[in-house]
Write a protein that binds this ligand. Sequence first.
Ligand code: FAQ
Length: 313
Amino acid sequence: AEMTPEERAFQERIDAEIKIEPKNWMPDAYRQTLIRQISQHAHSEIVGMLPEGNWLTRAPTLKRKLQLMAKIQDEAGHGMYLYSAMETLGADRDTEIAKLHSGRAKYSSIFNYPTLNWADMGAVGWLVDGAAIVNQVVLQRTSYGPYARAMIRICKEESFHQRQGYEILLTMMRHGTQAQQDMVQDAINRLWWPALMMFGPSDADSPNSAQSLAWKIKRMGNDELRQRFIDQTVPQLEFLGCTAPDPDLKWSAARGHYDFGQIDWQEFYEVLKGNGPCNRERITTRRKALEDGQWVREAAVAHAAKRQQKQST
Ligand code: FAQ
């Protein structure tokens, strides 16, 4: 089909690596794809606070508690930042959050797994934030301006989280008891595969990739990013003195990459359908948080109304 002048101008901007800004014309499908991805990303940041929140009251030292609290607050900030980027596309925050709370919106599968021991706080920072960075560093070059700019700050903070997580694990491995070292390996065993699933289905089974790559919303395919994450993470794993729960993981000199085993995609799709170990608990917690804050919102509105009344008399 012939491109309209608007469509042509849009594609030329994309091809020339000029960012699309909120007031520029854009195809409706481009807008909808971005609202989908950015809202899912924002929901992930918010729901992603819960597995770590689980350990706030049980952090081993005051220093660890402060670090964990600061990290969780950063994630809240990322969520708010991303919801704002999403709003520049004309989407409504309350509507999108309502979709999350009714189970109609996705968020990252990783946050539907439980955090069972303190080493999970290290493994989440190292593996989950680590995977998030690999994905988000590339998104700093995404074609939509507000999303690209949000990624710059978010990546800086995520890098810090990743180091903090790794340092927790290194401390447990170097200075911990046998039981603490076993906790580290146990956390890695449970979180390794779910972290690899964060990059999404294989490119061949990724319905959105081709169009998103053409629009430069995505800059690299899911498999390429997953491979990049594995390649940079395995040396860190070895430095820790731990192993991955994957007997097929080994360096391939021929490929110049690590080979790895088959991901259990059935597990991935079950989690996406809402059947992961913690899906129900996560959504219930988010809904309760909204309900518990109802009185605050009502009070704020009442206060604003009173002030306005005072000013006008
Ligand atoms: N979980 O066709 P594709 C963080 C869905 S980091 C759940 O490949 P797309 C930081 C996908 O939405 C985590 N669903 O889709 C943090 C699609 O469903 P739909 C958040 C997944 O969009 C750390 C369907 O499968 N990061 O929060 C997943 O082109 C620690 C088909 O897939 C981002 O969101 C999954 N893992 O590529 C916070 C990054 N994978 O919508 C707290 C931005 C795929 O058609 C603590 N997002 N799906 O119904 C992206 O880069 C992309 O959206 C992908 C998926 C790569 C995730």
